[in-house]
Design a protein around this ligand. Structure first.
Ligand SMILES: Nc1nc2c(ncn2[C@@H]2O[C@H](COP(=O)(O)OP(=O)(O)OP(=O)(O)O)[C@@H](O)[C@H]2O)c(=O)[nH]1
Ligand SMILES: [Mg+2]
Length: 302
C-alpha cells in the first residue's frame, strides 16, 4: 500500500514528427477519444493536456503539434507551441513511427530536444504495422543518435505496450501531489473539444490542400433542458472560394455528412441529443495571419 508521501505526479510531453501517432497514443492511454487524430500531418493544432489518474500517480500528458520544418505562419506557430510545451516538464517522450524509416525529420525533432535535462523516453508507435526486427532497428537507430533513458514500443490500435509504457512513466516521475482534481481528464474547454471534433470530420472527408486550410469556430451554444438537446452553431473557415465549394459538396452533400458524423461524436461526448448548425465562410489566407491563427486558439492561442 502506498502512503500519501509515495504519490508521484508530473508532466509528460509527447513530441515527434507530424503523424507519428501522438494523439492516438493519448486516446489509447485515456481509454477514450479526447484528442482528434487523422492521417493528415498537422492534425493537432492545440496544445492539449490529458490527465491520467491512477491510485499511485497522476500523469499529465501534453499533446503537441508535430514538429516539422515550417512552411507558413501556422507551421511556425505550431512549432513554437510544441517547443514551448517542453518548458517545465518532467519527461519528454519522443514518438517514433515503427513503420517509417528513422530519418532527417526525426533527427530534426531530436536536435530540438538536445538541451533538455529532463527524463528522455523513446516510444516506438504503431507496432502493429512492423515486425519485431523492424521495431528493434528503430530503437537502435534512434538510440545511436540520441541518449534516451528508456524505450518502449506501443500500438494505440490494439493497446499493446500501453500498460508497460504507463509503468515506465510512473516510476520515472518525481514525488508530487495530484495537480488536477481526480477525473479532470483534460484542460480544454468544451468549445475547443467540439470545434476540434468538427475539424476532424473535415480532415477525414477531404483531401489535398483542403484539410490544412480549415479552421473551425463555435459561434453559439445552448442547452435546452426540457428537450435534453444541445444546439451548437459553428463556422468552418476556409481560405478560398473553391475550398468552400468542396466542403459544401454537390447539393450540400459533404457538409451534411460532416455534420452528421460530428453530431454522432458530440452526442456521445455530451450525453444528450445535439442539433448542429454548420456554415462555411472564407477568411482569405488566414494561415499567414498570426492574429487569426491565435483567434482560432491554435498554437498557444490568444
Ligand atoms: N496502424 C496504426 N495506426 C495508427 C496507430 N496510432 C496512430 N495511427 C494512425 O496514424 C495516423 C496519425 O495519428 P495521430 O495520432 O493523428 O498522429 P499525431 O502524431 O498526433 O499527428 P499530428 O497531430 O499531425 O502531429 C492516424 O491515421 C492514426 O489512425 C497505431 O497504433 N497503429
Ligand atoms: Mg496529434
Amino acid at each position: 500500500m502506498f502512503g500519501e508521501s509515495d504519490f508521484r505526479s508530473g508532466f509528460v510531453s509527447l513530441v515527434g514528427r507530424p503523424n507519428a501517432g501522438k494523439s492516438s497514443l493519448i486516446n489509447a492511454i485515456m481509454g477514450e477519444k479526447l484528442a482528434i487524430t487523422s492521417n493528415t500531418p498537422q492534425t493537432t493544432r492545440h496544445k492539449f493536456r490529458a490527465i491520467y489518474d491512477s491510485d499511485d500517480a497522476q500523469i499529465i500528458f501534453v499533446d503537441t503539434p508535430g514538429l516539422h520544418k515550417p512552411h507558413d505562419a501556422l507551421g511556425e506557430e505550431l512549432n513554437r507551441s510544441a517547443i514551448k510545451s517542453l518548458e517545465d516538464i518532467d519527461i519528454v517522450a519522443f514518438c517514433l513511427d515503427a513503420s517509417k524509416p528513422f530519418g532527417s525529420g526525426d533527427k530534426w525533432v531530436l536536435d530540438a530536444l538536445k538541451k533538455l535535462s529532463c527524463y528522455r523516453l523513446l516510444i516506438v508507435t504503431k507496432t502493429d504495422l512492423a515486425d519485431a526486427e523492424a521495431i528493434q532497428k528503430q530503437i537502435d537507430e534512434a538510440g545511436d543518435y540520441f541518449n534516451f533513458d528508456a524505450s518502449v514500443a506501443v500500438s494505440a490500435q490494439n493497446q499493446e505496450g500501453i500498460d508497460e509504457c504507463l509503468k515506465l512513466i510512473e516510476t520515472a516521475l518525481p514525488l508530487g501531489p495530484r495537480w488536477f482534481p481526480e477525473g479532470t481528464k483534460t484542460d480544454q474547454p468544451i468549445e475547443v473539444l467540439i470545434s476540434e471534433f468538427i475539424r476532424e470530420k473535415v480532415l477525414l472527408l477531404t483531401r489535398d490542400e483542403v484539410p490544412h486550410a480549415v479552421g473551425v469556430s463555435i459561434d453559439d451554444m445552448n442547452y435546452n433542458e426540457k428537450k435534453d438537446l444541445s444546439s451548437i452553431y459553428a463556422t468552418i473557415y476556409v481560405e478560398r472560394d473553391s475550398q468552400k465549394g468542396i466542403i459544401i459538396g454537390k447539393g450540400g452533400s459533404l457538409i451534411k455528412e460532416i455534420g452528421s458524423e460530428a453530431r454522432k461524436n458530440l452526442e456521445h461526448m455530451l450525453g444528450n441529443k445535439v442539433f448542429l448548425d454548420l456554415r462555411v465562410k472564407i477568411k482569405k489566407d488566414w494561415r499567414r495571419d498570426a492574429n487569426q491563427i491565435r483567434r482560432f486558439g491554435y498554437g498557444e492561442g490568444l
